[in-house]
Design a protein around this ligand. Structure first.
Ligand code: ZN
Length: 310
């Protein structure tokens, strides 16, 4: 049987970050304003290291470049997905991402960014920004120029377990007190629309108004997600989304359940509990990849997992 690829996350300090990645997930974080854990990433801005086995110490980008057979010989110059845990102690800037076509042309051939959020935790009166209220580009431009942010952005209440798909061109922002697991395309291109006039090192962070206006879809349309649930003996599988770039599922396991791997590779994040995959212990905060041809495997314990594949 092939080895499971366990990964060492990369952490990012952010002005809006907190310390929940240490207190809730047990990570050794670099500061008390750590905003992001890049948990499964081969991006050059945060390339995860392999924790054990024959490839120990190598990066995920190296593994993708040199052992594509472990990923079912999937196509593409870069590992296609990026999995993060985000701890927002304060509000993130209001932002939007380009699609592949726009990013390829304007951002040196980068991928665009489609992302989705599973709400791991939030304040009791938690909120999130998804969408906007402008009818067309003209109204959008006018509202932005006149700084009518309250009127422009769509703020929604959230609770633990909610899920959102953020297509390119969708105005969005994570708000204070929220911890999410994000599954996204392997891209780091963000256009900042509004940053609450905050300062970082004494200066406001750069905004990208023209590019934002270029890519924001008008009018906003909500994306339907979720729906189907599969009940196995010891596992409940909630299908969260399938789009062009990824499929994401939430698994809740109580007991013991056998699965058969039929994807090119499977990203797994343990978001609660502890247990085993085959003989290997796993716990909340672990992230790993099941390689191509891993075959049958048994999950055991009380576990909540988010899985993704292309
Ligand atoms: Zn985003």
């Amino acid at each position: 049987m092939k080895n499971i690829i366990f990964l060492e996350p990369v952490f990012k300090s952010m002005i809006w970050g907190g310390n929940k990645l240490a207190t809730e997930y047990g990570y050794d974080i670099p500061s008390d304003h750590t905003g992001e854990c890049w948990a499964i990433s081969a991006h050059k801005n945060g390339d995860c290291t392999i924790k054990k086995g024959e490839f120990r110490g190598q990066t995920l980008s190296w593994l993708w470049a040199n052992h594509r057979e472990l990923f079912g010989n999937a196509q593409g110059e870069v590992f296609p997905l990026l999995i993060k845990i985000i701890d927002a102690k304060t509000d993130l800037s209001i932002q939007v991402h380009p699609d592949d076509a726009y990013a390829r042309e304007k951002e040196n051939g980068s991928l665009g960014k489609t992302e989705c959020w599973y709400i791991l935790d939030c304040d009791e009166d938690g909120e999130i920004v998804v969408g906007h209220n402008a009818r067309d580009k003209e109204e959008l431009r006018q509202m932005i120029e006149e700084k009518r942010w309250k009127e422009l952005i769509k703020v929604r209440p959230i609770k633990k377990g909610d899920f959102f798909q953020i297509e390119p061109g969708t105005v969005h922002a994570i708000k204070k007190g929220t911890v999410i697991l994000e599954t996204q395309q392997n891209s780091d291109i963000t256009y900042r629309l509004y940053d609450y006039d905050r300062l970082e090192n004494g200066k406001p962070r750069e905004l990208h108004l023209e590019k934002s206006i270029d890519v924001i879809r008008c009018p906003h349309e909500d994306k339907n997600t979720g729906g189907s649930v599969t009940e196995l003996n010891a596992c409940r599988i909630e299908h969260l989304i399938t789009c062009e770039f990824y499929t994401v599922d939430k698994l809740t396991l109580q007991g013991e359940q056998e699965f058969t791997m039929d994807q090119k590779f499977l990203n797994v994040s343990v978001i609660a509990g502890s247990g085993f995959i085959d003989e290997t212990p796993i716990k909340k905060g672990d992230h790993f990849i099941l390689p191509y041809g891993y075959g049958k495997y048994v999950l055991k314990g009380e576990l909540e997992l988010i899985t993704s594949h292309i």
